[in-house]
Design a protein around this ligand. Sequence first.
Ligand code: GLA
Length: 387
Amino acid sequence: MDIHYIGKRFIDLYENGGNTMFFFSPCRVNLIGEHTDYNGGYVFPCALSLGTYAAARKRNDGLMRFASGNFPKRAAADITDLSYKTEDGWANYLKGVALEFQKAGYKIGGMDIYIEGDIPNGAGLSSSASVELLMGAALNSLFNCGMDRLEMVKLCQRAENGYMGVNCGVMDQYAVGMGKTDCALLLDCGKLTHEYVPLQLKGCKLIISDTNKRRKLADSAYNTRRAECERAVRDLRAKYDINLLCELSEEAFNVDKGLIKNEVDRRRAAHAIAENARTVKAVEYLKIGDLAAFGSLMNQSHISLRDLYEVTGPELDAMAEAAWQAPGVLGSRMTGAGFGGCTVTLVKEADSDAFISHTGRQYQKHTGLSPMFYTADVGDGAKRIYN
Ligand code: GLA
């Protein structure tokens, strides 16, 4: 996909003329640090070169018109009423961001926008954050809002939480908004600061395996997990002055985990706190080029998400287990919320074809589903693109 194609589709749908701008917004994959963001911990995602493109142009009449190459239904709204409407379907993601711009005091007007993406839908690669930041970048440029990146990231998260009703943490919007080519971000979700870490993979590459088992974040056990973690914090507050689980060290947790009354909550907390420490350690290994140690922590992360946090499910487990047996694999784990979606695997480049055929065969044998494989090229965050 390129901007000539997007531009042509735009002109086919809307009349020609005016100053049309083009934007790209990636999807993301998280390498390690899962279900730690809303616990105030570390995550280690990167933006991919797969994503969503847009062509957009201002209108003078306060009307917003939305069209997508991925969904047949078009939608429109006046900027004086950007409220959520079920019948607007996918366009609600864009309207939600526009409404948040207004709430934050930015003056925006009408626009025509066409979007199209190549992100597998519902695969846990954050197509929703991609679309939100795409709209954020478009509004920011079209209406000269001068909004800084971090504000846009937070604003898009608010749109997802409040408007779309999905109680996600900040990781997805942050990675999509702040990604950088060939780097992953070590993001401290408690402080909202990040460090770019070059992905020097030395003859290895990242492959994303889509289970083709679809999940819907809003319907899943995601909110239950958040509530379990919050309950664990309340119990730990009998001794510790903390607001979020990852404020507690692994050592302190091991001494005082008995304060958490419910056994299930205790296991959830054990995952979040250990995963947080694992993430920091994994990044240290990456920095010194010890990819084998990095990969082994990826495996441990999956096992913890399977046994303690219980968000994997048969498809993700089958995919990870198939990968662990495949040639050239240094590490493999589920990525994103879980309950379906994708795994991410670090594999020797020379073995990548053998990895795909082995994993694909085994996965299909165990689940009856046909997987898809993508090479993860690491790209930039949401941005305006020029012809
Ligand atoms: C989803 C959410 C993120 C994060 C992950 C789990 O992708 O949108 O905020 O919580 O799940 O790590």
